[in-house]
Design a protein around this ligand. Structure first.
Ligand SMILES: NC(=O)c1ccc[n+]([C@@H]2O[C@H](COP(=O)([O-])OP(=O)(O)OC[C@H]3O[C@@H](n4cnc5c(N)ncnc54)[C@H](OP(=O)(O)O)[C@@H]3O)[C@@H](O)[C@H]2O)c1
Length: 219
């Protein structure tokens, strides 16, 4: 048997291919062992050109986000099993449990939500970002979608637990409103993966990967 060839893929997963020379029935057998593939964490927001994720503080984002973004976000939501959000985002627009998703709401007061909790579908937790990541990574979830808001996004960024930021940029300026991170010292570098114009007005769906640097971990 030939030695396994290693192939590094996107820095954190590694595939091993074994080729059998002795196989008689078919020409070759390829065993593919996938090791160390960690769960991918994606942070998703819709923002204005001036970086606002709420219009003057109003939490109802769909009042101003484009139909194209709403369609894209609905599809992303429907395609995703594990979705994490902060209690403020949840309370602004509470959603019902669904067997298609595991919605995890981060709160320091999970006991206040026990009567509406449905284990495996709608859960409330006071786990830290790191504990959540470790739990779902161990469960072999392939993707965690983090849908805000700013408090939760900032906590995950500070723990270097965001792999990609998928940011819809609406060609609007609100002047005042919330940002997608809190106003504190951060130093996060990202690299553009793709950018797509999705309508005539020029709504952009941009995807960035976070360049991670453990040496400058912010606490
Ligand atoms: N434009 C967009 O794409 C978009 C997306 C999402 C949200 N939003 C908007 O953003 C607003 C909500 O954002 P937000 O920043 O105020 O709240 P948030 O991030 O949704 O929730 C923050 C709350 O989560 C709880 N929490 C639990 N663990 C935490 C941790 N490790 N770090 C921080 N918070 C933790 C705390 O509340 P308790 O412990 O008291 O429960 C905290 O006050 C809403 O207006 C929403 O509409 C916009």
């Amino acid at each position: 048997m030939k030695k396994p060839e290693t192939e590094a893929i996107s820095g954190f997963c590694c595939k091993l291919h074994f080729h059998s020379a002795e196989k008689k029935v078919t020409d070759s057998i390829e065993y593919i062992m996938v090791q160390n593939i960690k769960m991918k964490t994606i942070l998703v927001f819709v923002s204005t050109l001036d970086g606002k994720v709420t219009k003057w503080g109003n939490p109802f984002v769909r009042l101003w986000s484009s139909k194209d973004d709403q369609h894209y976000f609905n599809k992303l939501w429907n395609d995703t099993r594990l979705i994490v959000m902060g209690s403020n985002t949840y309370n602004a627009d509470p959603m019902k449990p669904s067997s298609n998703h595991l919605l995890v709401i981060m709160t320091q007061h999970p006991s206040e939500y026990r009567r509406i909790e449905t284990l495996g579908q709608l859960e409330f937790t006071n786990e830290s970002p790191e504990q959540l990541f470790e739990r779902f990574d161990k469960e072999d979830q392939d993707q965690m979608l983090i849908v805000g808001g700013a408090h939760i996004a900032t906590s995950f960024f500070k723990e270097e637990l965001i792999d990609e930021l998928w940011l819809t940029i609406e060609p609007k300026i609100f002047g005042t409103g919330g940002s997608f991170v809190l106003e504190e010292k951060l130093d996060i570098n990202l690299q553009l993966i793709s950018c797509e114009r999705v309508n005539v007005q020029g709504t952009l769906i941009a995807k960035y990967s976070v360049i991670k640097n453990k040496n400058i971990k912010l606490k």
